[in-house]
Design a protein around this ligand. Structure first.
Ligand code: PLP
Length: 445
């Protein structure tokens, strides 16, 4: 967009890529002007949006990118020969390159999907098809048989659990689960026993969407690769908040969702190590993923197009690239530092309150700006309702992580989650709001 955004205005005066100072209050307030929804009111109060873990808000740069594409370049990609189609294809592929750079991958290793859920299912169904003998000799190494094991953890979002349950059911493989300790930390000692010569794939989340803590991915990767197993990283809650380098982490697959990182809904991405994508049979089939088609057979394009059947989500991909440009202009290290400050403030403020239990508060690991808590004697839905009346948006329920909640002895919790546009004052208002909720319900009791 032609007018400079607040992100550009605050972009690293020192110019150094390693600038990891937390954002100042003035910078956060400047950034907020780029987000129209943050200027609105809810229930008579200025909106305090503490639900970015569910979906993030979009700056003008992202909204404008989608509109500009639709109003000046809209055409189907990789199909037409006319000028508009060629230009649309170019910006679509530029957007892929932007995602690849953002996560340290090659553009041939980035597959567009609708969201992270679809990206995980893509891998699960490709392995399933390989197990049926599809994909020929190249896919043989991906074949799962009875006796093979898939390993995941007790803290996964359902999106990184149910596809593996289904894959196990389809192939006869066994699903094994790394348990948590009472605080919600992964039991690495048990993981070391679980991950063995039968393990073919380990699927783990980088950052828990309930606890906000960063998992020791390097340790899990070392265990998995030590026995020749593949690793799929659920980067849904890390890619938006931390610098992410899939090669440095040495994972084989990683997934992300655009709507959690300032982008639109309907767009996500799968990273796959090139030689793995080359060996994988497709998940969805149809137009755009083929070279030659006869009535009873077809040959497929190499990755990433092999996995992109049908008309693509072009304006969403272009808008996600605009979101990534926005994030990198501010600087991922600065965003991570800002959120670490907010995360600590959130946890310290909440755990000091009588009757409040912060899930995973004791885990000694870096965290993002996200915390879930249980208030003794008050249902999470009541907490959420009370906060909503104050204009504070939080998530309540099990956050698509029922096994984790069950393990920690609760059925639901209240989750507050921040982003680069969240101010310290909003975190303080949330803590005051929880105190007011407790006061209200205890007085009424
Ligand atoms: N994994 C994690 C850790 C998440 O937090 C989420 C969304 O909340 C997902 C996966 C699924 O993302 P989506 O619903 O965008 O596919």
């Amino acid at each position: 967009m032609s007018s400079p955004t607040a992100a550009q205005a605050i972009a690293r005066p020192s110019g150094g890529p390693l600038d990891d100072r937390p954002l100042t209050d003035a910078e956060v307030h400047a950034l907020r002007i780029d987000f129209p929804i943050l200027q609105t009111e809810v229930n008579g109060h200025p909106l305090s949006y503490l639900d970015s873990g569910a979906t993030s808000q979009r700056p003008f740069a992202v909204l404008d990118a989608e509109r500009t594409f639709a109003s000046t370049l809209n055409a189907a990609v990789h199909r037409g020969a006319h000028t508009l189609a060629a230009e649309a294809t170019e910006v679509f592929e530029d957007a892929r390159a932007t995602v690849a750079r953002f996560i340290g991958a090659d553009e041939s290793e980035v597959v567009w999907t609708s969201n992270a859920t679809e990206a995980i299912n893509l891998v699960a169904y490709a392995l399933s098809n390989a197990s049926l003998g599809r994909g020929g000799a190249a896919a043989e190494r991906l074949r799962l048989r009875e006796g093979d094991e898939i390993v995941t953890t007790e803290m996964e979002h359902h999106a990184n659990l149910i596809p593996w349950q289904e894959l196990a059911a389809r192939t006869g493989a066994t699903l094994r689960v790394i348990p948590l300790d009472d605080d919600g930390a992964l039991r690495l000692d048990v993981a070391a026993d679980l991950i063995g010569e039968r393990t073919r794939l380990v699927a783990v989340t980088h950052v828990s969407n309930v606890l906000g803590v960063v998992n020791p991915v390097e340790d899990i990767v070392a265990l998995a690769h030590g026995v020749g197993a593949l690793v799929l990283l659920d980067a849904c809650q890390s890619a938006p908040h931390l610098p992410l380098d899939v090669r440095a982490l040495d994972v084989d697959f990683a997934v992300l969702s655009g709507h959690k990182m300032l982008g639109p809904t309907g767009i996500g991405a799968l990273y796959g190590r090139r030689e793995l994508l080359e060996a994988m049979p497709p998940f969805l089939t149809g137009g755009s993923m083929i070279t030659t088609v006869a009535t009873t057979t077809a040959e497929y394009l190499p990755p990433p197009q092999r996995f992109e059947a049908g008309t693509q989500r072009v304006s969403q991909a272009v808008a996600l690239a605009a979101a990534i440009d926005y994030l990198t202009t501010v600087g991922m290290p600065r965003i991570a530092a800002h959120e670490a400050v907010l995360g600590r403030r959130l946890v310290e403020g909440l755990r000091g309150m009588d009757g409040v239990r912060v899930l995973g508060a004791g885990i000694d690991r870096p965290r993002v700006g996200l915390a879930s808590f249980d208030v003794e004697g008050i249902h999470a839905h009541d907490v959420g309702q009370f906060l909503d009346d104050l204009g504070i948006a939080v998530r309540v329920g099990h956050h698509c992580a029922q096994p984790l909640h069950r393990r920690l002895g609760v059925t639901s919790s209240t989750r507050a989650s921040t982003y680069l546009y969240t101010s310290e004052a909003e975190v303080d208002a949330l803590i005051d709001g929880v105190a007011a909720t407790i006061d209200f319900f205890r007085r009424g009791a």
